[in-house]
Ligand binder design. Structure first.
Ligand SMILES: *Cc1c(COP(=O)(O)O)cnc(C)c1O
Length: 392
């Protein structure tokens, strides 16, 4: 019996999950246990040596000068906007079809979120929609590399240059993805715009065992400034030059992330293997649209997201649930229609693609620990649903 199956048998009954954090841990158990024990031995829980070591290794991985660790991916976005000195009333362009964190910090800082639409096939922020939303108050664009592939950064950088805008890449779902420019230059997600942000939330592609985040910055001064803001605005202890926040990556999390970073490329390949399997098994079914891959970006498949064309998505979700297969809706309500963002004055029909996707998308389980048997059971079940409902 393979090691993993054996361990599973001892520790718990196998269930299909959206992500399998425990199974992933078991493969690295000795190394991770040792890394955690090491932090406890030194009891250097805040800003211990692993934090700086991880930051250097992460910067090297992404081929950028500075990685600045912080407490979570939402803080990373906030720190980016504070570091760039965005001010009350400045407009920040953000896709409506994304996780709330992206827009939340804009509102929190008293900036104005300007929601724009996404591409119906790739789910990514649509350059034309950005262009149409630029005003004299626009200061920044926040492209989100949703589900694991890069937005069209070449087009976005052109727009940003033409209007002198900052570009803050939210790469919480796409760490490790790579964008290829038309001249052949390749850059990692998060290192293309002015600043990149990411999250190490446990279920993210590079997840820790709690909350964590980081920023990617090429510019030395901006990196320093963000680091200072993340540490109560102090360059020297108890001397506060800027109004800052408390946003640090725990030493324990950094120690775990150092071990897992070495596996990141391997994790990306495993997720791609699942996506390839789904593509092959579920292709050519008119009732479903499979996730489209950008020609100029690699994909790290944080999510594998179907569009349900000719039937109610919730019926498929229930059918799968009855067979013990989880599936998730990322995200059921576009941000411009969320209650908390009503005051910005959007109404239904303003961003039709985002609204349509919110009603149709369904994400299947995808992670690093799936066996073919599990994947086949999932795709057979999807096909069975379609056949049962005369949709195949
Ligand atoms: C997860 C996520 C965030 C926030 O990260 P946290 O670490 O949970 O704060 C931001 N943006 C996107 C697109 C995300 O998926």
């Amino acid at each position: 019996m393979p090691l993993k199956a054996n361990l599973m048998k001892i520790t718990r009954q196998y269930t299909i999950q959206m992500v399998d954090l425990y199974g992933q841990y078991l493969r690295l158990k000795d190394e991770i246990d040792a890394a955690i024990a090491d932090v406890i031995e030194t009891s250097s829980y805040i800003n211990g040596p692993a934090v700086g070591q991880f930051a250097s290794e992460l910067a090297e991985y992404n081929n950028i000068k500075h990685a600045v660790p912080c407490a979570n991916g939402t803080d990373a976005l906030q720190l980016a906007m504070m570091g760039l000195e965005l001010r009350h009333g400045d407009e920040v362009i953000v896709p409506s079809f994304t996780y709330v964190a992206t827009a939340e910090v804009i509102a929190l800082l008293g900036l104005t979120p300007v929601f724009v639409d996404v591409d119906p096939d790739t789910f990514l922020i649509a350059p034309q929609s950005i262009k149409d939303s630029i005003t004299s108050r626009t200061k920044a664009i926040v492209p989100v590399h949703l589900y694991g592939q890069c937005a069209d950064m070449e087009a976005i950088l052109d727009i940003a240059k033409a209007h002198s805008l900052f570009v803050i890449e939210d790469t919480a779902q796409a760490i490790g993805a790579e964008f290829t420019f038309s001249d052949g230059t390749k850059k990692k997600a998060g290192t293309i715009g002015t600043v990149g942000t990411t999250s190490f939330f446990p279920s993210k592609n590079l997840g820790c065992y709690g909350d964590g985040g980081a920023l990617f910055v090429q510019d030395e001064n901006l990196a320093r400034k963000i680091q200072v803001i993340a540490n109560h605005g102090q360059r020297v202890k108890y001397y506060h030059d800027l109004v800052g926040v408390n946003s640090r990556l725990d030493t324990m999390q950094a120690a775990i992330l150092r071990v897992k970073l070495r596996e990141l490329n391997n994790y990306c390949s495993k997720r791609n293997r699942t996506a390839d399997f789904y593509d092959k098994q579920l292709g050519n079914l008119a009732a479903l649209t499979l996730p489209q891959r950008m020609a100029n970006s690699s994909h790290v498949f944080h999510q594998y997201t179907l569009k349900c064309n000719t039937f109610n998505r919730d019926d498929l979700k229930q059918f799968l649930a009855d067979r013990g297969i989880p599936s998730m809706v990322y995200y059921p309500v576009p941000l411009h229609l969320q209650k908390a963002y009503r005051s910005y004055g959007y109404t239904e029909g303003d961003l039709p693609v985002s609204e349509d996707l919110a009603a149709r998308v369904l994400s299947l389980p995808i992670h690093t620990e799936q066996q073919e048997e599990e994947l086949r059971f999932i795709t057979d079940s999807v096909k069975e649903f379609l056949a049962t409902n005369n949709l195949a």
